[in-house]
Design a protein around this ligand. Structure first.
Ligand SMILES: O=C([O-])CC(=O)C(=O)O
Ligand SMILES: [Mg+2]
Length: 618
């Protein structure tokens, strides 16, 4: 039956499919070698039951103008695309030329989305080959603008929406998703999108953008990802009053109703995809923490804004110690100011505290809390009994209410300092060595504060981490000018390097994108059942060790987003190691292969593979 050498080749790769496929083509007398000139002994193939226009309109199958003649023949699309078969490099030339003609980042975003909707292989090739430039379009910062405008630039559906009208139906609905294998799910309720606040269902662009980076940076398969919005309503008046808004037109569910909604969704996911990693994204404080606390020991999940941001910020601080010529286990010698007390602020500080405790140079957790001064939108979390500082000019930072501080935030309360001191007062009083911005409030790192900081330390570590760019606590230019070019600088969104008095001052980007694709890859490869704190701490240490001595000296803390695949590989290997060490891995290790080889081999690379049609009744 398998006389044809090409069919034998396929047979050795996907026995089940090809045996069936042979039957199929036998019936149509298409078993000559000529039908499969593109298949060789070692050829990878993808199979489909689709035919004709359905192939062309499926972005996971479509190759646009790159279908070979024999593929056109066997997929029933002969004559349905222009006659010349165009290799991928030619397609890329055309795409790049068109992309360059887009005038604004948002136009580029719309262009990239359209490409993703037509041909995912080409989309990911383009993205991977131009990661530094294009991650700024499909991800931070442009994705922020795209979220705000989601309901007006909406073209085609992607991902799944679970909304308040779906209660009681979610377990059935999850079966509408077309793929049986899902490895990574990114879910948001749109309540705190980047530093932009409540954007309701418009937040969908965030899971889509994050998952595109999972594929491009972490080598996860595009068929194995699922972006999700939990549409529990919105409190954004502008959206509620906009007749074109696409989400539910009621205010947010809260309290028990909210948690019951999420619980039903988790059950639905678990019923179909029990092994999938769930990334909670852009949930407002304290829901973000409460959900993490509820689910982290029950399912394979993490919160990106709390845990990944924490890992990358810690990586940045550790690398900054190295750049200053200090050992990385001297974290306890730093004095750290954190502006922002929401999920990211508290998450980052907890990661630093965990690390100080792990390094063994503090006697207690309390001592570690003492090295961090936290400010919320009213100023320092200090001692009300000592009086409150001038509140006539409240700091415009963060969301939330000073009166609602919880036990996580109160750990940082400074008993010996007045409550609500402003940033400059705090800086003058404690002379910090590191200042972190996780406030979502632009400009809060003001000149007075940063100049005062620079007086007390040779190389001030200035990390305004809020996103997107216009929410940053200060600009790179400001940081270098106010510190005479001495700052070690990193921001959440990209800035260009700054020239200051003839010297090029290096800008780093500390974004959780450096962490989550590698983490997801490690979890997927090892089939870890849980995501643990150790995985994040080791991720931080791994990333912090990636820059060379020379790079550190020049102010580069670690490789940029352009090297995301290399960073992700290292992180994934570490995460796998921990998964096996902690006895959480469910994948069998393969004999004779190192973890690094297994990770490398499992990374998906966008290239066209021959497509063959199979019988739908397999
Ligand atoms: O999306 C980003 O660029 C980083 C992030 O998670 C956030 O700011 O919420
Ligand atoms: Mg986020």
């Amino acid at each position: 039956m398998l006389r044809n050498p090409a069919l034998k080749a396929v047979h050795s790769f996907t026995r089940r499919h090809v045996t069936c496929q042979v039957r199929n083509y036998n019936r149509r007398a298409l078993t000559t070698t000529a039908t499969f000139p593109d298949l060789r002994m070692e050829t990878m193939v993808q199979t489909t039951t689709k035919h004709g226009m359905d192939v062309i309109h499926d972005p996971l199958l479509s190759k646009g103008t790159a279908f070979s003649l024999s593929e056109r023949e066997r997929l029933g699309i002969r004559g349905l695309v222009p006659p010349r078969t165009q290799e991928m490099d030619k397609q890329l030339q055309r795409i790049i030329r068109n992309l360059r003609e887009c005038r604004t980042p948002l136009e580029k975003f719309i262009f990239m989305t359209a490409l993703q909707d037509r041909n995912e292989t080409l989309f990911y090739r383009l993205l991977i080959d131009n990661l530094e430039e294009l991650s700024q379009i499909i991800y931070t910062p442009t994705v922020g603008e795209a979220c705000k405008r989601f309901h007006s630039i909406y073209r085609r559906s992607r991902g799944m929406y679970f909304s308040s009208i779906d209660r009681g139906q979610m377990a059935a609905m999850i079966h509408n998703w077309p793929h049986d294998q899902v490895d990574v799910i990114v879910v948001t309720d749109g309540s705190r999108v980047l530093g932009l606040g409540d954007l309701g269902a418009n937040g969908m662009q965030i899971p889509i953008g994050k998952l595109s980076l999972y594929v491009a940076g972490g080598g996860i398969r595009p068929t194995s990802i699922l972006p999700v919005v939990l549409d529990v309503g919105t409190n954004n008046e502008e959206l509620l009053n906009d007749p074109l808004y696409l989400g539910m037109g009621h205010r947010r569910l809260d309290g028990d109703e909210y948690y019951a909604f999420v619980e039903e969704w988790v059950h639905a996911i678990q019923s179909r995809y029990p092994n999938a990693l769930i990334q909670f994204e852009d949930f407002k404080y304290p829901h973000a923490y409460n959900l993490l606390h509820k689910y982290r020991d029950r399912i394979c999940c993490f919160n990106d804004d709390i845990q990944s941001t924490s890992a990358v910020a810690l990586a940045g601080v550790l690398a900054a110690l190295k750049a200053r010529g200090k050992p990385i286990n001297a974290l306890n010698e730093e004095r750290i100011v954190c502006v922002g007390a929401g999920s990211a602020g508290v998450g980052v500080c907890e990661g630093i505290v965990d690390c100080m405790v792990e390094q063994g140079k503090v006697k207690s957790r309390e001592e570690a809390y003492g090295k961090i001064w936290m400010l919320d939108q009213h100023g320092l979390i200090g001692n009300v009994h000592l009086g409150t500082a001038d509140t006539s000019k409240p700091m415009p930072i963060g969301i939330g209410d000073r009166a609602n501080l919880d036990e996580r935030q109160l750990c940082y309360l400074k008993k010996d300092m007045r409550d609500r001191m402003n940033l400059e007062e705090v800086v003058k009083a404690i002379k910090p060595t590191v200042i972190l911005g996780l406030s979502g409030s632009p400009g809060v790192f003001n000149e007075g504060a940063i100049r005062a900081m620079a007086e007390g330390v040779e190389k001030p570590v200035v990390f305004p981490l809020s996103n997107p760019t216009h929410q940053s606590e200060c600009t790179a230019e400001q940081a270098f000018h106010w510190t005479d070019g001495r700052a070690i600088f990193a921001s959440g969104s990209p800035f260009k390097d700054v020239e200051y008095r003839g010297k090029i001052c290096k800008v780093n980007q500390i974004n959780n994108a450096m962490s989550f694709p590698g983490l997801g890859l490690g979890i997927t490869v090892s089939r870890a059942s849980r995501v643990t704190s150790k995985m994040f701490m080791e991720t931080a240490i791994t990333i912090a060790s990636m820059a060379s001595e020379d790079q550190l000296k020049s102010g580069v803390l670690f490789p940029g987003v352009g090297s995301l695949r290399e960073v992700s590989k290292e992180v994934a290997v570490k995460v796998c190691e921990i998964a096996y060490e902690e006895d959480l891995a469910r994948a069998q290790l393969r004999q004779g292969m190192s973890l690094k080889e297994i990770v490398e081999e499992s990374m998906w690379d966008p290239e066209y593979v021959p497509t063959i049609r199979i019988d739908g009744h397999m």
